[in-house]
Design a protein around this ligand. Sequence first.
Ligand code: ARG
Ligand code: ZN
Length: 465
Amino acid sequence: MRRGWRWCVAVGAVAVLGAGCTGGDDEGRFRVGAADVGDPYVPGAGNGGYDVAHYALKVRYEPPGRRLTGQATVTATATTGLSRFHLDLAGLTVDRVRVDGAPAKHRRDGNELVVTPAHGLPAGKRFTVEVAYGGVPQPLPSGELGDGGFHATGDGAIALGQPESASTWYPVNDHPSDKATYEIEVTVPDGLAALSNGVPKGQSSRDGWTTWRWSEGSPTASYLTTLVIGNYRVSTGTHAGKPLVTAVAATLPANGPAATALARTGEIADYLASLFGPYPFDAYGGIAVADERIRYALETQTRPVYGPGFFRGDRPNTEVVAHELAHQWFGDSVSLARWSDIWLNEGFATYAEWLWNEHDGGRAVAQVFADRYAATDWTKPSVDPGRAALFGDAVYQRGALAVHALRRAVGDEVFFRILRGWLAERRDGTVTTADFVSHAERVAGRPLRPLFDAWLVGATAPALP
Ligand code: ARG
Ligand code: ZN
């Protein structure tokens, strides 16, 4: 889903282009859609020439054989005349592809699925791609960032990972710049839970298999989709009139720290809404997994996934819950156009931890700020930190310091007005650092670029505002 493009009208096989169209297809000429979006942090990720609006996924998973069978229906609009286009799909075997109901040629090229429809797709045309596929999914080795993607577990599976994971279980335009809505149906052996994003749409059982249905009606970046299958204690309720689904791995203690922390999801989301504006989605939740390979938490849309490391001993760690819930605003609702701006996600989510902690009786924000300021290595930039440092201190801690520096510079009233305006105006969109700086300047009515430069990328400790 991309904004700012309304005037492309397809007439027969000829695309009529108007203002706002990008990419030139004229007189029925078609070209090959790009094999990636050109984000240097994730070579090969995403594709060009179309914009996905919706994914309808039906997957079946058999834990003993680790086999996944899937049918994906991708609804997209061509943004240029297309003779051929790519989807990202890692491993797995494609049995059949149809475009608008007609059989299409397809081949694999590494982690790309290359589709040649029977007829070219004119710019502006909405089309559907149906892919029948299957196999034994594997994680994507991401080098220094750890594996993302599909992990088979003893009792099921966990598909999770940033910056990439979706292509290990469905064909996808795998980059946050192309958000889409989702309907996900997961069929698993009776007795296992199958959790995913959004609103629960019920379950039905037949012949020893149970199908769990999920619907996410807000645009979602592909790395924010998840699939968690296994033995879980699932609790389904409502919060503020919306469904709230939490799940805790059955091997974790029933009333242990994970369950206790996740039980505060609604309360923490309400606190964040009091600062940031209304919760942006139609459902709430969280999933605590027990698999030790998941060494992080991830802000999967409406239902973050928490690795077991956050809930050791007996301390219910609510900071991580505040962090992942803050991402629902910063990262999920307002998303990155490119990975080099990841501080826009992590700086704000880390700052939200500080705010929650202070609110919950922990350390004062000013104290955390002073400590982090003293501990920061200013030679490392928050913006464009390099792929290996996507999850480093320069992104999380220095990013949060920059957020607090802005607050000190403009005062509380203007600061929270900047945040709420940003989240409301950019809701469901994708953004860059420059967008945030101009927004802040507009609301504050004064230049702020020097402040952001100093706090985000300057090589020496900035003066305190
Ligand atoms: N965005 C996640 C968070 O801060 C972190 C994901 C870390 N991923 C990783 N491969 N280490 O909540
Ligand atoms: Zn984060």
